[in-house]
Write a protein that binds this ligand. Sequence first.
Ligand code: HEM
Length: 466
Amino acid sequence: SPSNNQKRLLSPSPTKLPIIGNLHQLGSLPHRSLHKLSKKYGPLMLLHFGSKPVIVASSVDAARNIMKTHDLVWSNRPKSSIADRLFYGSKDVAFSPYGEYWRQIRSVTVLHLLSNKRVQSYRRVREEEILNMIDKIRQQCDSSNSVVIDLRDEGHTMKGESEIAVKALIEELLILIGTFNIGDFIPWLKWLNKINGLNTRVNKVAKDLDAFIESVIEERMIRNKKAECSAGEAKDFVGVLLEIQNGKETGFPLQRDSLKALVPSLDAFVAATESTYTALEWIMTELLRHPRVLKKLQDEVRELAQGITEITEDDLGSMQYLKAVIKETLRLHPPAPLLIPRESMEDVKLLDYHIPAKTQVIINAWAIGRDPLSWDDPEEYRPERFLNSDIDVKGLNFELIPFGAGRRGCPGTGFAIVVIELALAKIVHNFNLALPNEEDLDMTECHGLTVSRKSPLLAVATPCST
Ligand code: HEM
């Protein structure tokens, strides 16, 4: 049988318990627990979540094999009953199973929402949001005084008021999506979710999210009607989705549920903003811990921005150290450390092993970013390592894959990078930043699909005249 085959052929696995398999070994921060296990059991481990075999890939070669060599075979996602519940039967891009529907909404996303032209057209909205954040910090500083700011709160002011109200909802959603759901792995134990509170939590988020999305769509439709004449108005994702939902541009109409599933996963809340802010927050964390790097970054940005009052996207191209800082932080703190799991659609060879169809794989991008075979002094924060290097985050260099790669790779990479670059350049251009006290920062992480800082990030901001 395939599973006997697999047992014979895969490297040793950690001992599993009856019923739960290896689930008890995941701990509260699975990327760390799995990294530790992989040091002992190798870069391709076979674990069991309940009775389901799950392969954990923790090396560059394994990642390349999955996301490039056999990308098509690994283009499915395992079924997630939580994503089913939250996204109207997994009708969003990230969790929908491989097939015609996924191809359609992925192409809508890539061609209509995230095309170069569109990304350009969001520019005004984006620059305005970042400016609001800078202004808000500046107001708090009133004139030249320093002030302690909470960078997480400041990040969230880049969103509109209504979105701040749903911040808690989105945080809960990301935790739920990242939960290893016992019912998915041990179906006959599904009833446990009734008593452990998971079902109640999922239902509550699904209900609140639905109400929220309905209100966003409603509000937007009213606004669209009013603004029919001002054709040049900059659109955001919801605006574009409403525009293309009748199918005139795409060749097929978007059903209401698809539209609703696409809004939270693409619009400024889940995929887009939360992971982008998580990245920004880790960048600021590392800069505050490494004043030398912060100073060097500030020197670069201020020199290149001499005589400019406000940095725009046109000024980012030559900021090499800025780009290196971002890559180095994404290497050590990929916002989604285990990416999003994939599933094989047929039997496939993975390095030297035979893997049967319908096997789930988890790629530990966090572990790969710290692999001493790829990185000198991997635990050291040193952006300089990227200065004379072609390694990028675009899914071609498998030692650095915070956005995944291949057919299922993140279609928002370019968009996210511009937002991060611009926000970071503006922050260090406008303010001097330092830690409020001498102690080292608390680096504890939160769990969920995206892994962010557990405690708020406080910094002393001092405006500098530019
Ligand atoms: C720093 C910010 C971001 C990070 C770290 C990130 C990371 C990821 C990762 C790791 C995946 C799974 C890739 C794989 O399976 O190979 C993914 C998928 C996805 N991301 Fe992002 N992302 C970010 C921002 C965005 C933005 C801004 C958007 C849209 C505006 C977006 C939209 C998506 C979508 C739709 C998918 C699902 C793709 C599919 O399954 O076909 N992401 N992202």
